[in-house]
Design a protein around this ligand. Structure first.
Ligand code: ZN
Ligand code: ZN
Length: 472
C-alpha cells in the first residue's frame, strides 16, 4: 500500500493523492491548480496515473482546488463513484458547472485569439457535459458513518470545520495482514467561525497527510474580524465610499453576509449589501438546504425572520445588467467572486473602485502568489484589469481572522490530538509555510515529518515492496 502525492506539493492548490491498497486504486481529491498561467498549464498536463484504472474517488470538500479536475478525470475515462458528504455533493454540483462554464469561455476566447494568429483552436480543460457526467457519479456519505468501500479499505468522514460539508478522512487500510490508519486532513478550519461547526479531532493515525497553508503564520489578533469589518463599514458609510469584498463564493460569502447583518442591524445603519455572484447565490441556497450541519449558534438564529442568509437590505444580483448597475452606486457593500480577485465579476468592481480614495477593499482569505488579491496586499500602486492600467487609491484591508483555514497554532493544536503517528506528510502549503510547520511539529510534538514533493510516493507498509507505477 502506498500514497502518491499528485498535487498540492509545496503549493497550496491542486490537491490530489493516489492511494493503492491491494487491488484497489483510488484518489483522494482531484483539485485544480490555481494562481496564474503556469498553474493553468499544469491543469492540462496528463495525470501520472491512468484515470480508467481508478476504482473510486474520495472528496474532502467542494472547493475547486480539491474538486476542480474531477471533470478532467472523467473526460479521460474515470467512471467510478465519487464519495463525499451530502453538502459537499450539492456544493460540488454548482461549483463544477460553474468551473466548466469558465473553462469553456476561456477556451473560446483563446480560440478566437489563436485563429487570428493562424493557429489551431484551443480545447477547453473540460466541458459542461464532462461536469454533468462527474456530478452523476457523486455519492453522498454522512459524517461518522464508516463505509467499507473496497476490500481492505474503510473510510469515515469527520467534520473539518472549513466550509459546509468539509471533511477530513479517516481510512483504515489493510493489505496482506498489514494495517494502517491514514488520515487526510483536507483543509482544516478555524474554530469559532460562524454557521459551521468547529473542526473535529482525531487521536489515532499512523500516517497523517496534512495541509500547511498557514504553517508559518498566525491570524493576527488585532480584534475580532467582525469588529474590523464594522470599522471599515462605518468609515465607508461616513465618506460615502463602497466596500468591495472579493470572496470565495462558498463559505466566505455566507460568513460575511452573516457578519454584515450583525453589524448593520446592530448599529441600526442603512447600507445596502449586494452579493454579486450567481455562484455565491446558488451556494447560499445549498447552505439553506443543509441546516443539519450548522453549529448551535446558527441554529438559534435560523428561526428568525429571513433566516441568517437573507434579510432586509441584502440583495442577490443575478444578471450582468444588475451587476453593471452597481457601478453607478455609492455607499454600498459588494461581495463578489472570485476570492483571489483574478476571475469573475469582482474584476469589474475593482476596476470601478480601486482608483477611488474613498473606496475600501476587504481581502479576507488566502491569496495565492501571482493572484490579483496578493498583488493588492503586497501594495501594488497600479494593477492591470481587462487590459487597462488602474491606479490603486482605495484602502486595502486584510482581515485574516476571517480565514476558513486554521493558522499555525490551530494546526499544531489539531495535529497534537493525534497520538504518535508514524509519519506526518505535509502538503497544501508554500515551501516556507510547510518548512516552518515541519519544524514545530517535530520540536513540540516529536513527530517525524516529511514535506511532500510532487509525485513522491510514500510506502504505508512496514516493509517496502515493489509497486507498479504507470510507465510514461
Ligand atoms: Zn478549501
Ligand atoms: Zn484547499
Amino acid at each position: 500500500m502506498f500514497i502518491q502525492v499528485c498535487g498540492a506539493a509545496r503549493a497550496v492548490t491542486g490537491s490530489c493523492y493516489l492511494v493503492e491498497v491491494g487491488d484497489s486504486r483510488f484518489l483522494v481529491d482531484c483539485g485544480m491548480h490555481q494562481g496564474g498561467d503556469k498553474e493553468q498549464a499544469a491543469n492540462f498536463q496528463r495525470f501520472s496515473f491512468d484515470p480508467e484504472e481508478l476504482d473510486f474517488v474520495l472528496l474532502t470538500h467542494a472547493h475547486i482546488d480539491h474538486s476542480g479536475r474531477l471533470p478532467r478525470l472523467v473526460k479521460q475515462g474515470f467512471s467510478g463513484p465519487i464519495y463525499a458528504t451530502p453538502a459537499t455533493c450539492d456544493l460540488a454540483e454548482i461549483m463544477l458547472l460553474d468551473s466548466a462554464y469558465i473553462q469553456e469561455t476561456e477556451a473560446e476566447w483563446q480560440t478566437r485569439k489563436a485563429k487570428r494568429a493562424g493557429r489551431r483552436p484551443v480545447d477547453p480543460l473540460y466541458t459542461d457535459g464532462d461536469a454533468r457526467k462527474t456530478i452523476s457519479l457523486l455519492q453522498p456519505v454522512d459524517y461518522h458513518n464508516p463505509l467499507d468501500i473496497a476490500p481492505g479499505v474503510q473510510v469515515q468522514f469527520h467534520d473539518a470545520g472549513h466550509i459546509l460539508g468539509s471533511a477530513f478522512l479517516e481510512l483504515q487500510l489493510q493489505e496482506h495482514g498489514e494495517r494502517a490508519t491514514v488520515v487526510f486532513s483536507g483543509d482544516v478550519g478555524q474554530p469559532g467561525r460562524p454557521i459551521i461547526r468547529d473542526p473535529e479531532t482525531i487521536e489515532s493515525a499512523d500516517f497523517l497527510i496534512m495541509e500547511s497553508t498557514y504553517g508559518d503564520r498566525r491570524h493576527e489578533n488585532n480584534g475580532a474580524p467582525e469588529d474590523q469589518l464594522a470599522k471599515i463599514v462605518e468609515e465607508a458609510k461616513r465618506t460615502d465610499g463602497n466596500v468591495i469584498v472579493p470572496a470565495f463564493a462558498v463559505g466566505r460569502t455566507q460568513e460575511i453576509v452573516y457578519f454584515l447583518r450583525e453589524i448593520i442591524e446592530g448599529h441600526g445603519w442603512d447600507m445596502p449589501i449586494y452579493v454579486d455572484s450567481p455562484l455565491a447565490s446558488r451556494a447560499t441556497e445549498v447552505y439553506r438546504r443543509h441546516r443539519d450541519v450548522f453549529d448551535e449558534e446558527a441554529w438559534e438564529r435560523v428561526g428568525e425572520p429571513g433566516g441568517i442568509l437573507g434579510y432586509p437590505g441584502l440583495y442577490y444580483t443575478e444578471s450582468a445588467d444588475e451587476s453593471r448597475a452597481l457601478n453607478e452606486q455609492k455607499g454600498i457593500v459588494i461581495i463578489s467572486a472570485s476570492g483571489m480577485a483574478d476571475a469573475g465579476r469582482i474584476r469589474h468592481h475593482l476596476k470601478h473602485n480601486l482608483w477611488r480614495p474613498e473606496a475600501h477593499v476587504v481581502i479576507a482569505g488566502y491569496q495565492a502568489e501571482g493572484s490579483m488579491g496578493r498583488r493588492l496586499l503586497d501594495g501594488a500602486e497600479t494593477v492591470r484589469i481587462f487590459g487597462e492600467e488602474i491606479a490603486v487609491k482605495a484602502h486595502i484591508h486584510n482581515i485574516t481572522g476571517l480565514s476558513a483555514h486554521a493558522d499555525q497554532e490551530q494546526l499544531l493544536e489539531w495535529a497534537g490530538h493525534v497520538r504518535s503517528p508514524r509519519l506526518v506528510i505535509l502538503t497544501h502549503g508554500e515551501p516556507e509555510a510547510a518548512a516552518t510547520l515541519k519544524g514545530l511539529l517535530n520540536e513540540r510534538l516529536g513527530f517525524t515529518v516529511a514535506i511532500a514533493n510532487l509525485d513522491e510516493v510514500f510506502d504505508l507498509g512496514k516493509a517496502p515492496r515493489k509497486r507498479a507505477v504507470r510507465s510514461e
